[in-house]
Design a protein around this ligand. Structure first.
Ligand SMILES: [Zn+2]
Ligand SMILES: [Zn+2]
Ligand SMILES: [Zn+2]
Ligand SMILES: [Zn+2]
Length: 697
């Protein structure tokens, strides 16, 4: 990265960009906190703050300021509570919709009924059991058999009334039958018959049931014929090109990490790379879903929700599965559960939320134990770059030497706000949690708050948006767009430098990021990704301004150095390829058979000039056509060949078809990731008709 300082007209813009990494524009109480603190802090106090050299000292100093404690009182955890009555009410509404065969509406109401149902006592759990049981019935109608089986199992575990269990086992048998699992179906039907003995049915009704269940059981096929209904919606991670790198296990062997003063750490190609190859696969160290997506996506793995399970304590966050719920509930969400509402109401940015999540997903004692090592360590010399190793996060670039005192000041108070949230969450020892002792802070606590301050700095430059591929029409690949659903921190990906003409594309499998090449890259060349501004859509000045403002560097990519035209002004393939085969000079027509070069004056046959151009054009057309037919693997192959050939022919030039082909390649690769087909997927809003569930996304 080229560093800049003293850019007058950019300072305000940079300030604005920097502020946005702390808090959202309008809503939330944090901005009022900060304004009030700024009002109360004297010039002398600010001067004294400016002298503090480390994050630890900044936190320690600000803690002594009376303005902080006058403004920011300690918090108590608050939970968006459950209610058996509300759960029962929604279940009734679900039943009405179900009777009217409005299954989608019934699902929405049952989803809410499940979300509201308390988990605390066995008796209360019956509300949950009934909500789940009714939801399983609607899921059968919607042909979501896998989810229906899960709901039935959970319902049976949650004190579902003995007298009616035969119904659930019969339904379970039907689902297994539909899923092509006759052995399981047989077991379920057999249990259903046993359970009939416990029912309070009249003799006649009982006999009817018995006959129906027996009939279903006897009709079962003898061998299984598994249906293709997936148990999970997230695909497996693809293999890395050439296998894993020896010291950067999430990166391909074909990448090599370089360090220099100008560019910091960055990747170059250790060997030639063709378009469409997998270069990095990485699960995030930490990732946070946007609050605006809390009701539509799994809080833990970010897949779309159909029949969600709520947190056992609150009804503020939702999960796709028991596994996700329990993993989050036994790690970060056990702490965040009580502060979700405070964080949301504060208007803190999603980056601030991740700054906190990096801690809550770990254990306090591990951070304290690593303290000495972290403070003396040098990230540049880390032998291993492991995405699950906190020291790799800790040592990401913070650009603290370029940060203004005012930026540090604001960021320190955000860190202290997050620290107060951590205290309320139970992540820290409870000694100082409430008013009586709230003004005290231990050395360990200052260290923890200083980590939050460090995270707030490094996330500004190293966090990545997480996207979901949304296909508006199943039949039409080009109806695809990417939707922003969250943010994650990926230590291996963070080392990619930026180019306005990127060499790679990315897609997501849940929260895991996959980086693939979108060009051919020669051995020794830098491999760059794109931080936001792409040259095909934004002019040079706009790109440079946004990169300076947001990431604090002056871009030196080929598109910036040569001021390439944006898409509209780009030459097309023919106008560039049709040239003198000897010197690439432009041609003049002599007659219908011959052309003369304006530079070297040699004559060539039109036919000889046209033939290779026609061949490569037809490769392009074929690639695009195959993509439109939805044959993704083939399209990736053909488009990759086309891109390679074009790049050999024209080297570093912006050409319209070449970028369309790269864009098409990116689309095709994106279909390997988490995909949401708008026309076929059940839409879900857990919070529909629930006015107190608003978020400040
Ligand atoms: Zn999940
Ligand atoms: Zn919760
Ligand atoms: Zn650039
Ligand atoms: Zn020539």
């Amino acid at each position: 990265m080229d560093e800049i300082d003293g850019l007058g007209q950019l300072t305000d813009y940079r300030r604005l960009c920097s502020d946005l990494t702390l808090q959202t524009k309008k809503e939330g109480f944090f901005k009022d906190y900060l304004a009030s603190i700024v009002d109360q802090v004297s010039e002398e106090e600010f001067q004294e703050f400016s002298k503090q050299q480390t994050d630890y000292d900044r936190i320690r100093y600000c803690w002594t300021l009376p303005a902080l404690h006058k403004t920011m009182k300690s918090f108590r955890p608050s939970y968006r509570g459950k209610s058996a009555d509300d759960s029962a009410k929604r279940r009734e509404q679900g039943n009405e919709a179900f009777k009217e065969k409005d299954y989608r509406k019934a699902l929405v109401m049952y989803n809410q009924s499940v979300a509201y149902a308390p988990y605390s006592s066995l008796l209360e759990k019956t509300t949950l059991a009934l909500a789940l049981a009714n939801r399983s019935a609607v899921l059968v109608h919607l042909k979501e058999y896998r989810l229906a089986v899960r709901d039935i199992q959970l319902s049976l575990q949650s004190n579902y009334p003995e007298k009616q269990r035969y119904k659930l086992y019969d339904r379970m048998g039907y689902c297994h039958q539909q899923l092509g699992e006759p052995a399981k179906a047989r077991v379920a039907y057999t249990v259903a018959l046993d359970c009939l003995a416990e029912s309070d049915l009249e003799l006649h009704a009982l006999e009817n049931w018995r006959q129906t269940v027996e009939k279903s059981r006897s009709k079962l096929a003898s061998s299984s014929n598994p249906s293709n209904q997936p148990t999970t919606t997230v695909n497996e991670l693809p293999e890395l090109l050439g296998g894993a790198h020896p010291t950067i296990p999430n990166a391909s062997r074909n990448l090599s990490l370089k360090v220099d003063d100008n560019c910091g750490r960055y990747y170059v190609a250790a060997d030639d790379i063709k378009p469409g190859q997998t270069l990095v696969c990485e699960k995030p160290y930490a990732a946070c879903l946007l609050p605006g997506k809390f009701t539509s996506h799994c809080h833990h793995c970010f897949v779309r929700l159909i029949a969600p399970l709520a947190c056992v304590t609150c009804r503020g966050v939702f999960y796709c599965s028991v596994e996700c719920r329990d993993e989050a509930g036994s790690t970060y969400h056990q702490y965040e559960c009580g502060i979700v509402d405070i964080l949301t109401a504060s208007g803190s940015s999603i980056l601030s939320w991740i700054a906190l999540r990096i801690l809550t997903k770990g254990k306090l004692e591990d951070f304290l134990a690593a303290r000495e090592q972290l403070e003396k360590g040098d990230g540049m010399r880390l032998a291993q770059q492991r995405a699950d190793d906190y020291s790799c996060i800790y040592h990401l670039a913070t650009l603290s030497h370029l940060r203004s005192d005012k930026d540090f000041f604001d960021r320190t108070f955000m860190a202290l706000f997050l620290f107060q949230c951590l205290r309320a969450s139970g992540f820290l020892p409870t000694r100082h949690r409430y008013e009586e002792d709230a003004l005290n802070i231990t050395d360990d606590e200052i260290f923890v708050a200083s980590l939050l301050l460090r995270h707030l700095q490094l996330l500004q430059f190293n966090a990545h948006e997480i996207h979901e591929f949304v296909q508006l029409n199943e039949k039409n690949m080009r109806s695809t767009k990417t939707a922003y659903i969250g943010v994650g921190i990926y230590p291996t990906v963070a080392f990619f430098n930026h180019s306005c003409r990127p060499d790679v594309a990315r897609y997501f499998l849940g929260t895991a990021m996959v980086i693939t090449s979108s060009r051919s890259i020669r051995r020794g060349q830098m491999v760059a990704e794109n931080y936001g501004p792409i040259f095909t859509h934004k002019h040079l000045a706009d790109r440079q301004q946004s990169l300076l403002g947001r990431y604090w560097f002056q871009c030196q990519c080929p598109a910036c150095k040569n001021d390439w035209p944006i898409y509209d002004g780009m030459p097309d393939m023919e106008s560039v390829l049709i040239c003198c085969p000897l010197c690439r000079g432009s041609l003049q027509s002599v007659n219908s058979s011959y052309a003369r070069c304006t530079k070297c004056k040699k004559q060539s046959l039109w036919e000889a000039i046209r033939r290779p151009v026609d061949e490569i054009s037809s490769l392009y057309q074929t690639g695009m056509r195959i993509m439109d037919l939805g044959q993704v693997d083939k399209a990736i192959h053909v488009l990759g060949l086309y891109i390679e050939m074009m790049e050999t022919l024209v080297e570093d030039l912006p050409i319209r078809e070449l970028f369309l082909a790269q864009e098409a390649l990116r689309l095709c690769l994106g279909t390997y990731g988490t995909k949401y087909v708008a026309t076929s997927h059940l839409s879900f809003k857990a919070a529909a008709g629930n006015p107190d569930n608003k978020t400040n996304a």
